[in-house]
Design a protein around this ligand. Structure first.
Ligand code: 5GP
Ligand code: MN
Length: 336
């Protein structure tokens, strides 16, 4: 274990630091990572952000994005950096399986490991953690780390504020989820004061679609949406061929599930996508319906109560049937 005092004294002199986050990073994964990166480089540390895989182009505009190393593209370099690091920050995940092959490299590395995360049931691999499931984003906890633990609000420059705002905005679905508390709004307001241009960030993330992506969304809504009114559930399913037809790129399916959830009365929505190696599920729910429980119990996954995911080795058709067959078990919670 590492105390905050020990971590602070370690960070008082320049260190070799690696920041990593979960595979297929989303806005919070990249926002928290690049936010912390922007903070640490100002202090003279030698820092690298290593992502396990690539991530959506609508996140590539973020400050310092060009410094990110993608593990699958630079495995040897990544392994060397992990091996030589004095500190590894693990952001927006809490089990090493979420970072694919990087997981075992991080586990066996001699570095001190710092977990900054807001997911349930953390694995015990870290030396220090800022972990809170009531945080709406890992970026909120990076803010807390800098302001309250490092006592260094001045370290939040425009770049850092921009990244942290992005993480909070995306993980709270634009400040819509219950965890977007008044305190989160205060943090967001402070980040705006510190330089985050909220209107520009919103535009860069949400109004930045390719024509293909928008037509794909239209196709999903017109042709692939199924509503099960007796269970207040809606699903959208997508085949490999459909992804290919619309030249789907990393991130192009992100947000699609929210449209299914936006139907009046729907409590549970799922996007079920046939990827090259497996079938991936994205679940969203409203109120206290535990989407993560379904993912954990049936689809080797997990996540938050209202936003969870999982995967299956079965065929798309089998997964769709399995999902439908589960609904009666949850009927009493779905019909309220
Ligand atoms: P998304 O639907 O956006 O891919 O994921 C929503 C949330 O579900 C993520 O923030 C993450 O917490 C969780 N999640 C998604 N996929 C998985 C998975 O395969 N395993 C686990 N444990 N959590 C997942
Ligand atoms: Mn997150």
């Amino acid at each position: 274990m590492l105390t905050l005092t020990e971590l602070k004294s370690l960070l008082a002199t320049p260190q070799k630091i690696v920041i990593t986050t979960h595979h297929k990073p989303d806005g919070d994964a990249m926002g928290s990572s690049l936010g912390l990166y922007g903070y640490l480089i100002q202090k003279g540390h030698h820092v690298k952000v290593i992502t396990p895989t690539d991530y959506p182009v609508f996140l590539h505009w973020m400050p310092n994005n060009s410094d990110v190393i993608i593990f699958t593209e630079q495995q040897e370099k990544s392994a060397k950096l992990v091996d030589e690091a004095a500190i590894i920050f693990c952001l927006d995940f809490n089990t090493l399986s979420r970072i694919n092959e990087l997981g075992e490299l991080v586990r066996t590395a001699s570095a001190k490991k710092v977990m900054i995360d807001h997911h349930l049931e953390p694995e015990d691999f870290d030396d220090y953690r800022n972990w809170d499931i009531n945080a709406c984003a890992a970026a909120q906890l990076v803010y807390d780390f800098i302001v309250n633990q490092m006592e260094d609000e001045k370290g939040i420059n425009k770049d850092v504020a921009t990244c942290l705002y992005t993480g909070i905005m995306t993980d709270s679905a634009s400040f819509r989820f219950p965890l977007a508390t008044s305190n989160v709004y205060r943090i967001a307001a402070n980040l705006i004061d510190l330089g985050a241009e909220h209107w520009k960030i919103h535009q860069l993330v949400y109004d930045n679609a390719s024509e293909d992506r928008l037509r794909f969304l239209g196709y999903c809504l017109s042709n692939k949406l199924e509503v099960f009114h007796e269970f207040n559930t809606a699903i959208i399913t997508v085949t490999k061929e459909e992804l290919a037809k619309y030249h789907s790129a990393t991130g192009d399916t992100e947000g699609v599930v929210n449209y299914a959830l936006s139907i009046n009365g729907i409590r549970l929505a799922a996007l079920i996508v046939e990827r090259t190696d497996k079938v991936k599920l994205s679940l969203r729910s409203t109120g206290d319906f535990p989407a993560n429980e379904i993912c954990k119990k049936y689809f080797n996954g997990g996540g938050h109560r209202n936003a969870a995911g999982g995967a299956s080795e079965k065929t798309l058709t089998e997964v769709i049937e399995e999902f439908k067959s589960i609904l009666p078990e949850y009927k009493s919670q779905l019909i309220v």
